[in-house]
Design a protein around this ligand. Sequence first.
Ligand SMILES: [Fe+2]
Length: 244
Amino acid sequence: MTMIGIVDLHSHILPYVDDGALRKEESDMLIGMLYSQGVRISCATPHLRKGMFETSDEDILKQFEKLEERTKASGNDIRMFLSREYHCDELFIEKLRQGKILPLGNSKALLIEFSQSHSIEDIEKYIKLVMDHGYAPVIAHIERYPVFKGQLDKVRQLADMGAYIQINAGSILGREGMRRAMRCRKLISEKAVHAVASDAHDPYDRPAELDRCYELIRKRYGEQTANELMYINPLKILGLLKGE
Ligand SMILES: [Fe+2]
């Protein structure tokens, strides 16, 4: 059974802007995939990373408007938002200082990612910087960073500082190896995660697998946990939950 209403706050569904969807056909396939998996709110989060992905906000907005038009025409009733996945580097710091930031949904939350080489101290410094600028950091795919291996208390420390913790559906399902999957499952069972997202890049190698992931979480940790991680908390993070 597919859970209708999943909220996906991290994806690379826009074409021509980063290493996500290559062409508009792939982008449309990804949206169709998300819709058929029960997603009704989706956030496009193209990378912004110095020297690697520097597509301007203006250019991603153009692609976003086109995607919205095509999605409307296709009849897939999916609400879309545009934000970015900010890599923590000098370009991000510059954007923060200039106030040229695209937060997630209607909120002041920002999806941020780190390099494999960032230390815990670096990560804490960036979290503080983001919060000092009035934003709430959402740490993308925390399961990927070697510094957190077996360091559950460090993850909790970041959450205590005010960061939201996000993990990828594909990692939970074992797409990046069973060790990483076990790490994700430990984070879920220890209640150290706020949100699960697709981080979908293309329909083939890095697709959306949110329906399968919802089912896995529901079976292992219960329906309430699945709803919290894939519906309620993402809604809160996007600023879309009434009364929040
Ligand atoms: Fe991503």
